[in-house]
Design a protein around this ligand. Structure first.
Ligand SMILES: [Zn+2]
Length: 129
């Protein structure tokens, strides 16, 4: 590419989580985490179509089988975590950035990046089973 384009060093220098919309990041991450399947995190009942839509919009739904209330984030790696950080982690990881670069850009510690690696390795392993 020509010299007029920005490279990864330019991104690493200025791009941060604060530049991302938290809600949109959450919605994107839900697609990845749930692999298009909307099930109750408590009893694994598959949600009806209208609830499925709400689930992927990260709105609260109630399970018609067990009655519990939850959203797409419940009982996932997104609960109690900043969705923009996870989104950024996935983007940077997928584009070949190193753990050190990801830690810097996403604003998380190096051990946290290793923890995310383990969590996503686990998700991939689970998918293959
Ligand atoms: Zn349920």
């Amino acid at each position: 590419m020509g010299g007029n384009y920005l490279d990864r060093k330019a991104i690493a220098k200025i791009f941060r989580c604060e530049h991302l919309d938290q809600e949109k990041c959450t919605v994107e991450m839900l697609k990845i985490l749930h692999d298009n399947k909307a099930v109750c995190p408590h009893c694994k009942n598959q949600l009806e179509e209208h609830k499925r839509k709400r689930f992927f919009e990260n709105r609260m739904v109630n399970c018609s089988t067990c009655g519990k209330i939850f959203n797409g984030v419940s009982k996932t790696i997104l609960s109690k975590r900043n969705p923009a950080k996870i989104f950024l982690y996935c983007f940077l990881k997928g584009n070949g950035f190193s753990r050190t670069e990801i830690a810097e850009i996403a604003g998380v510690s190096y051990p946290t990046i290793k923890h995310f690696d383990d969590l996503f390795d686990f998700l991939e392993t689970k998918d293959r089973e």
